[in-house]
Design a protein around this ligand. Structure first.
Ligand SMILES: C[S@@+](CC[C@H](N)C(=O)[O-])C[C@H]1O[C@@H](n2cnc3c(N)ncnc32)[C@H](O)[C@@H]1O
Length: 342
C-alpha cells in the first residue's frame, strides 16, 4: 500500500496543476454537479469539491482515498465497468460502512500504471472560443499547438471480464458509500472527469459513450490518459529495454498506453462537440525532476519475473537515476474534452 500511495502521490504532484488548468478553463459554475471517476488518492475530487456544490467520486477501491472531504464531496465505491447512472435506490443507512474502512476485493491490476507528467505543455483545440482557458499553462519553449479538426469512429472492447458477460448493476448493488444529504444523487452531471483510469480498462471505448450519456445537455466530459512514446526511440539502451518491458507489462494487464491519441475522435464519435485537447510532457530522471521512479520501482519485481529485464538492468537504473544528466521523456499526458450539445 505504501508503494501505491507513493505512486498516486507522484501522479498528483506531477499532473494536478495541468488537470486543474484544463478543468478551470471549462467555465463551470459553483452549482455544477461533478463526477470524478477513479479518484485514487483524491486530490482532484477534493479540489473540485472546494469549487462546486456537488461532487461524486466513484472508485472500485476507495482505500487509497486520502484527500480532505468537504460536505460537497460524496464517495461511491463501485466498478465503473458495470455501473449504471443514476442509481435507482439507496441501501439502508448503515448497510455500507465508509469505504475507507472497508477492504476491497477489487483487483488493482487495472490501475497499476499510469502516467507521469511534468513540465512542458502542448495544447490543441477545434473550437478555441469554447475551450478551457489553456493559456494559463506555464509557457514552455517546447510548447506545441494544433488546431485539429476531428472526426472519429466508435469502438468497443471489454475489462476485467469480457464485455459480453459484464452485467450493468445499479450503484446500490455495487455499494454506495455516502448517502446524499438531500436523499438524491444527481440525475446527470455538468462535468465528468477521469484521469489515468480508462486506458487501463479494456471497456474504454464503450465507457466513453456511457459516460457521455451521464452528462446534462451542455455538460463536459474530460478524459486524461498517458501516451507512451516508443521505447526504442529513447537515447538510452537501458531505457529502451526498461520502458519496452514496462509497456509489455501493462499490455498484459489490458492497459493501452497509446489509446489516448484517439480520445478527441472518440469524444466526437460519442456525439460531443466543442472538442479540445492538451498535453503535458513527462520527465524521467533529471535529478529531483524525476517523476518515474515511483512508477517503475513497484513493477520491477514483475518485470524481472517475466524475464523482460535483468538484475543488472535494475542496478543500472538505480545508478543512472542518481545522475542529473540522465533524462528522458517516456510519455506525455493527454487531456481531451468535449461537450454534450444543448
Ligand atoms: C492510476 S489510478 C489514478 C488515480 C487518479 N485519477 C489520479 O489521476 O490521481 C486509477 C484509479 O482508477 C480506479 N479504477 C480502476 N479501475 C476501476 C473501475 N473498473 N471502476 C472504478 N474505478 C477504477 C483505481 O482504483 C484507481 O483509484
Amino acid at each position: 500500500m505504501a508503494a501505491e500511495q507513493q505512486r498516486l502521490a507522484s501522479i498528483q504532484s506531477s499532473v494536478d496543476t495541468f488537470s486543474q488548468s484544463v478543468l478551470s478553463g471549462l467555465g463551470l459554475t459553483a452549482e455544477a454537479r461533478c463526477l470524478e471517476v477513479g479518484p485514487g488518492a483524491g486530490s482532484i475530487a477534493g479540489w473540485l469539491a472546494t469549487r462546486h456544490a456537488d461532487v461524486v467520486a466513484v472508485d472500485k477501491d476507495l482505500t487509497t482515498f486520502a484527500a480532505p472531504r468537504p460536505t460537497t464531496l460524496r464517495l461511491l465505491q463501485a466498478d465503473l465497468t458495470t455501473l449504471t447512472w443514476p442509481p435507482t435506490r439507496h441501501p439502508p443507512p448503515n448497510a455500507s460502512p465508509p469505504a475507507r474502512h472497508r477492504s476491497s476485493d477489487a483487483s488493482d491490476q487495472a490501475c497499476r500504471g499510469s502516467s507521469d507528467a511534468s513540465d512542458q505543455a502542448c495544447r490543441g483545440s477545434s473550437d478555441p472560443s469554447d475551450q478551457p482557458a489553456s493559456n494559463d499553462q506555464p509557457a514552455s519553449t517546447d510548447q506545441l499547438t494544433s488546431t485539429d479538426q476531428l472526426t472519429s469512429t466508435d469502438h468497443a472492447a471489454s475489462v476485467d471480464q469480457p464485455a459480453s458477460t459484464a452485467q450493468p448493476t445499479s450503484a446500490d448493488q455495487a455499494g454506495l458509500v455516502d448517502q446524499p444529504a438531500s436523499g438524491e444523487w444527481p440525475e446527470a452531471f455538468d462535468l465528468i472527469h477521469a484521469r489515468f483510469v480508462l486506458c487501463h480498462l479494456p471497456e474504454r471505448d464503450d465507457l466513453i459513450s456511457r459516460l457521455a450519456g451521464w452528462l446534462v445537455p451542455g455538460g463536459w466530459l474530460v478524459i486524461t490518459d498517458p501516451y507512451q512514446l516508443p521505447a526504442a526511440t529513447s537515447p538510452y539502451p537501458l531505457l529502451q529495454r526498461l520502458l519496452a518491458a514496462y509497456e509489455t507489462r501493462y499490455g498484459k494487464h489490458g492497459t493501452d498506453l497509446t489509446w489516448s491519441r484517439g480520445l478527441p475522435a472518440r469524444l466526437a464519435a460519442a456525439g460531443l462537440t466543442n472538442l479540445g485537447h492538451a498535453g503535458q510532457l513527462g520527465c524521467l530522471g533529471n535529478g529531483p525532476r524525476d517523476r518515474w521512479r515511483p512508477l517503475i520501482e513497484p513493477v520491477l519485481p514483475e518485470l524481472l519475473d517475466l524475464g523482460l529485464i535483468t538484475p543488472d538492468d535494475v542496478e543500472q537504473w538505480r545508478t543512472a537515476l542518481a545522475d542529473p544528466a540522465f533524462v528522458d521523456i517516456p510519455q506525455f499526458t493527454l487531456a481531451a474534452w468535449g461537450r454534450r450539445p444543448r
